[in-house]
Design a protein around this ligand. Structure first.
Ligand code: HEC
Ligand code: HEC
Ligand code: HEC
Ligand code: HEC
Ligand code: HEC
Ligand code: HEC
Length: 496
């Protein structure tokens, strides 16, 4: 208690009074807003920021001013001799003291109660998808949009980016402070660099919902490609992807998830930041036997000194599923899906080629792109009509979901490692050019990861061969596809 025996309360000074006004304001507004939030959950992240970050600031700032004012007052009284005790003397029989004591006790208890509830709500708020995805909406728009259209749209951002436990929570909040600063002062990169090096290990995030022992069997993939010719000629491929997995306790783990089943460890050294070049791979089997595969490309081979000092990473989910939720589709893929799914009509002459042209212009903003898409398609189909209007909407939607010129985000900036068609993906190791000293090669056999069961021109290829077919490249390029990596020709737009 900071009041003296015979004088006015120490808090009777301008600074403390101002602090009281601030604190009461913060207290009343904060309590009201928290009560509202508990009944009608705030959708708008700014309301959340105001309630859980700005208002408590007023309250704490106010309390600090009350205390600060009292200390200054005490000092000045000591200096001019009106007060001689260094600490306040409390006499609860004095009515004034008693009232002050009671007030302070009640206010402190209320403050603690509000802080506990508010702190708990604030914790949940900063973990919410609204906070992560919408607050800096222009910055996070690409990630948030992609996320909403992904199978993880109901898994919070924090389940993958923070995960359970206090250490990563604290790390993420400290990191978060820097991020708020970089947004306020416009210091962030466009696009935002992937957190691939400091992402929390998959065992502590993905494993809370998925585990490799529970995968088995195959997944059917059905792709229809439309050519950029006048007829939008279709070509279809149907295949069974050998997802595999399996519990090593109940027989051999196999298929694609074999890498993760726990019996064999795969490690690699990356030659670049994004882990797109993996010149050195080491496999350790359950019996401890090691096999080292190195690229046969002399220019990319690592020297023994480089290997000795390099960081060796153990492969996990993120090395294949690096884009489980932030997927930006290429114009080619998005248009093929829209044509196959009926959002675009394949009977419109050259709609594939015109869609590619409309989507790949050099635009500075989304608004500019959407108007340009409209203009391009109106010019291509001057007869107009409902079908053209429909096509405009469909192509604009593809743009808004996958391309973000303000943040320089597109399929090109963030390579997806899951396949091998437009990014190196599996072929970072499986291109047939990683060999061991004993002469073994990491497989490039087209039927080791998937079995092609049907392929050919048309939208539905009916003759199915479950035994597996030899791949037929839709365009005659000789045997080129057997040795050259697919992504050296295919880039997400038609190969010229
Ligand atoms: C299923 C797990 C998962 C969820 C849920 C998730 N992310 Fe991510 N996020 C990732 C992974 C994995 C990466 C790293 C991508 C890479 O290395 O290519 C990433 C990368 C990012 C990046 C860096 C830029 C980029 O695209 O690589 C941002 C920003 C981001 N996430 C924000 C969010 C926000 C905001 C949410 C919630 C709206 C969210 N994430 C939800 C897994 C997830
Ligand atoms: C909060 C739980 C949760 C977490 C954490 C989580 N996932 Fe998922 N994941 C799901 C759900 C739910 C689905 C949808 C299941 C379905 O469609 O059958 C899913 C689907 C998937 C799919 C299938 C996608 C598809 O197109 O069908 C992949 C791949 C995947 N998750 C990978 C990951 C990876 C990698 C991580 C870690 C970075 C991760 N998940 C973290 C819940 C989670
Ligand atoms: C060697 C690369 C690789 C690794 C490592 C890997 N996956 Fe996969 N996973 C795939 C491929 C390829 C598919 C097929 C579906 C696809 O293309 O998205 C798949 C499919 C899935 C699916 C969907 C399964 C289904 O039946 O639909 C889930 C969920 C999944 N993975 C989660 C994980 C998790 C969790 C881990 C880490 C324990 C992991 N994966 C490790 C390559 C990998
Ligand atoms: C870091 C290197 C690396 C990457 C990346 C990689 N693999 Fe592998 N994979 C290996 C090695 C090493 C083997 C064992 C040698 C072999 O069987 O060719 C292997 C074996 C396999 C096998 C055979 C498993 C069995 O039953 O014996 C399949 C299937 C497979 N990988 C699928 C994939 C798929 C699909 C991807 C991409 C999503 C992928 N791998 C990415 C290194 C890698
Ligand atoms: C190491 C495993 C692996 C090998 C070897 C492999 N593939 Fe694939 N392939 C995949 C995976 C995984 C996908 C699925 C990606 C996805 O989920 O869309 C895929 C997808 C494809 C697709 C569909 C691509 C798309 O995006 O439309 C074609 C076509 C294809 N593979 C052909 C081949 C051919 C031809 C070969 C042999 C030269 C081959 N693959 C070798 C793993 C492999
Ligand atoms: C030497 C360059 C080259 C290589 C390497 C190559 N392709 Fe192609 N591919 C083409 C050309 C050219 C076309 C026809 C033009 C087009 O449609 O983009 C084509 C078309 C396709 C199509 C039909 C898609 C469409 O949109 O028309 C598929 C599927 C395909 N290629 C798969 C593959 C796969 C899988 C690999 C790797 C195993 C591969 N290609 C390697 C040049 C190549």
């Amino acid at each position: 208690m900071k009041n003296t025996t015979k004088q006015r309360l120490l808090t009777h000074n301008l600074i403390s009074l101002f602090g009281m006004v601030l604190a009461i304001f913060g207290f009343v507004v904060g309590a009201t807003l928290i009560a509202i939030d508990m009944h009608h959950h705030f959708e708008n992240p700014y309301t959340g920021i105001f309630t859980y970050m700005v208002v408590p600031g007023f309250l704490c700032g106010g309390l600090a001013l009350i205390l600060g004012g009292a200390i200054l007052e005490k000092r000045s009284r000591l200096r001019n001799g009106t007060d001689t005790t260094h600490l306040p003397i409390i006499n609860l029989n004095d009515r004034k003291h008693f009232t002050a004591f009671l007030t302070i006790t009640v206010v402190t208890l209320l403050f603690i109660a509000i802080s506990v509830v508010g702190g708990y709500r604030a914790y949940h708020f900063t973990e919410s998808v609204e906070f992560c995805g919408k607050t800096c909406h222009s910055v996070m728009k690409p990630e948030y949009t992609a996320y909403q259209n992904s199978p993880h749209a109901n898994a919070g951002c924090v389940t993958c980016h923070i995960g359970p436990g206090a250490d990563f929570f604290v790390k993420s909040k400290i990191n978060g402070l820097y991020q708020v600063y970089s947004v306020l002062f416009n210091k962030y990169n466009r696009p935002i660099p992937t957190p691939v090096h400091n992402l929390r290990p998959a065992k502590e995030t993905c494993y809370t919902c998925h585990w490799p022992q529970k995968f088995f069997g195959a997944v059917e993939l059905n792709h229809t490609y439309f050519r950029a010719d006048e007829e939008n000629s279709p070509w279809s491929i149907q295949m069974l992807l050998k997802v595999g997995g399996g519990d090593p306790d109940n027989g051999r783990a196999q298929g694609i998830h074999w890498h993760m089943a726990g019996t064999t460890k795969i490690e690699y050294i990356a030659a670049d930041e994004r882990r797109q070049e993996l010149p050195w791979v080491r496999m350790t089997t359950a019996d401890g036997k090691q096999t080292i595969f190195q690229t046969t490309d002399k220019k990319k081979q690592l020297t023994p000194e480089q290997i000795a000092t390099a960081t060796i990473r153990t492969m996990d989910c993120i090395d294949c599923h690096n884009r489980p939720t932030h997927q930006y589709h290429s114009p080619e893929r998005a248009l093929n899906d829209a044509l196959a799914g009926g959002q675009l009509n394949p009977a419109m002459p050259s709609i594939k080629a015109n869609g590619i042209k409309a989507l790949t212009g050099d635009y500075k903003t989304e608004g500019e792109a959407l108007s340009a898409i409209q203009a391009t398609l109106k010019e291509a189909y001057p007869e107009g009509g409902a079908e053209v209007e429909n096509a405009i909407v469909a192509v604009q939607k593809i743009y808004s979901r996958n391309l973000f010129p303000e943040m320089n985000v597109s399929w090109k900036e963030y390579p997806d490692n899951i396949g091998h068609m437009i990014t190196p993906g599996c072929f970072r190791c499986h291109n047939g050019d990683h060999k061991s000293e004993q002469g073994a090669t990491i497989t490039r056999d087209c039927n080791s990861c998937h079995t092609i069961i049907a392929q050919g021109p048309g939208r539905n290829v009916t003759s199915i061969n479950t035994g597996g077919l030899d791949f037929k490249h839709p365009e005659d390029i000789d045997e080129e596809w057997k040795t050259t990596r697919c992504d050296e020709c295919h880039s997400g737009v038609p190969v010229m």
